[in-house]
Design a protein around this ligand. Structure first.
Ligand SMILES: C[S@@+](CC[C@H](N)C(=O)[O-])C[C@H]1O[C@@H](n2cnc3c(N)ncnc32)[C@H](O)[C@@H]1O
Length: 337
């Protein structure tokens, strides 16, 4: 039986080597190994030829990927993809490739500034890039859509969210800072009687248009450009706000929530999708990891349920109910006070 000191030391080593798993995954995706394997080029010589990588380094990366459950097989027989590896193929359905690249590049660089970020409360991204994530996304025409594609990989809770609220009495729904339009697409697909709007900054709307037009009749949706800190379109029955509060400090959150409250009729509802931080020893890890990640990325935060409740309260809204969704995301339903 290992002593408790050995077990504790093992735990430290496991924690230290945590980033190496992520880096190995990043290397695999960056070299497009899942794509080459999916195309039937799963032997070491074939992968070496297609990636330009040396066989020795490849063999060592590949056997780690087997141990991590990303691929199966061995050096003699060649390699195949597991269910996990299949999610990393470019253009595959629900591909998470862009997410791995964003987290392995920009966000990895931002996490490099974890110490100054924790010390100062200024985002790791700003320390590393000399500008905020929002400025970076606005000024680099490639970055915005790539960021959205990466976020889409984490959208697994959208269809569930569309079913977690009773839309029967509603006619119109607006997704505030709706980004890709995929949440609105899921809601409109699940509820054919609804029509909807994506409201976001102008440079995001072409992506939303593309996604919505692929699955929803053109008469059922529109996209509207604007700034949530200025004014939010009025007259909708349901307001969606997914993964937006996470990016802003309390003061900015109250401003945007108050703008939504002002736009809502008294019988309207606001549906907030966020991760809820739990601080006792039953706390699931993902919201806590994401909370620190938000400090590295946009300088934002995940909040406790009380934290969300008081933001809503300060904007004239009350928390009515909470529903658990996939990936430890919650749907918070808020009503005017
Ligand atoms: C983290 S993304 C969330 C997107 C989407 N709601 C989702 O869950 O996939 C934040 C979104 O806020 C939008 N956004 C940022 N600042 C904004 C502003 N001032 N007014 C309107 N939208 C804004 C961004 O363009 C982006 O689409």
């Amino acid at each position: 039986m290992p002593g408790s000191e050995t077990t504790a030391a093992r735990r430290v080593v496991d924690l230290i080597t945590g980033t190496w798993r992520a880096r190995a995954l990043y290397a695999a995706v960056s070299l497009s190994l899942p794509d080459h394997i999916a195309a039937g080029h799963g032997t070491v010589p074939a992968l070496s030829e297609r990636t330009g990588a040396g066989e020795d380094g490849l063999v060592r990366l590949l056997r780690l990927l087997v141990a991590l459950g990303v691929i199966t097989g061995d050096e003699e027989e060649g390699y195949g993809l597991t269910e996990v590896g299949a999610l990393l193929v470019a253009d595959g359905e629900r591909s998470m490739r862009d997410m791995v690249l964003l987290y392995g590049e920009e966000f990895h660089r931002a996490w490099g500034a974890v110490v100054p970020a924790v010390r100062t409360g200024t985002s790791g991204f700003e320390h590393a890039f000399g500008m905020s994530l929002h400025t970076y996304l606005r000024d680099d025409p490639e970055a915005g859509p790539r960021f959205l594609r990466a976020m889409n990989a984490g959208n697994v809770f959208f269809p569930e969210a569309a079913l977690a609220f009773d839309f029967t009495g509603a006619h119109t729904v607006i997704d505030v800072a709706g980004g890709s339009g995929l949440l609105l697409s899921a809601v409109l697909q699940a509820h054919p009687h609804l029509s909807g709007t994506v409201f976001d900054l102008p440079h995001m709307l072409p992506v939303a248009e593309r996604h919505l037009s692929a699955v929803v009749d053109v008469h059922r949706y529109e996209t509207v450009a604007g700034d949530v800190f200025d004014k939010v379109p009025a007259g909708n029955d349901v307001y969606l706000l997914s993964r937006v509060l996470q990016d802003w400090d309390d003061e900015r959150c109250v401003t945007l929530l108050a703008n939504i409250r002002e736009a809502m009729a008294d019988g309207g509802r606001l549906l907030v999708l966020e991760r809820v931080v739990v601080t006792d020893d039953t706390a699931p890890l993902l919201p806590l990891l994401w909370d620190l990640h938000l400090l590295m990325a946009a300088g934002g935060r995940e909040r406790t349920l009380d934290g969300y409740r008081s933001l809503l309260h300060a904007a004239g809204l009350r928390l009515e109910s909470v529903h658990s969704l996939a990936l430890e995301t919650s749907l918070l339903v808020a009503a005017p006070m």
